[in-house]
Design a protein around this ligand. Structure first.
Ligand SMILES: [Zn+2]
Ligand SMILES: [Zn+2]
Length: 142
């Protein structure tokens, strides 16, 4: 594991974080839930273990039931609304950080497009990336 430091914050700066090391996985998500939550045509998330992340500031959260039946919760700044990360009851101890909130996302390599069934036809990606209709099985541990 590298000791790369990645910092980030919400738009107003009330919530900040520092991450140590590389993500276990990063992907673009086109699901309708991410679209509604972000207001964008897709989001990019990088997944880390909780102990890699030092978070400062209070976040608000919103939970819903994912396709899988698990509870998916997104966490956002209650002041400016920036969506910072998501968690899933089926992946305890893991946070999916919104890459758009990072200051220096230099070690992020998205490796898949997930929920391509909800993808807008005009939203284009690197053709080399595998696309999954829904959520693929978890990647093998590094
Ligand atoms: Zn904020
Ligand atoms: Zn999504």
């Amino acid at each position: 594991m590298s000791d790369t430091k990645t910092t980030g914050s919400c738009q107003c700066g009330a919530v900040t974080y520092e991450i140590t090391g590389d993500p276990m996985f990063a992907a673009h998500c086109c699901c309708n839930s991410c679209k509604k939550a972000s207001g964008a045509d897709h989001i990019t998330a990088a997944f880390y273990m909780d102990d890699q992340i030092e978070l400062k500031g209070e976040v608000a959260s919103f939970s819903m039931t994912a396709d899988s039946g698990a509870t998916s919760t997104r966490h956002f700044c209650p002041t400016c609304g920036s969506r910072l990360y998501s968690t899933n009851s089926s992946r305890a101890g893991v946070k999916g950080i919104q890459v758009g909130t990072m200051d220096n996302p230099t070690n992020i390599e998205p490796r898949a497009v997930v929920y391509s069934k909800d993808r807008n036809a005009w939203d284009s990606f690197n053709d080399a990336l595998p696309q999954f209709e829904k959520m693929p099985p978890p990647p093998p541990a590094k």
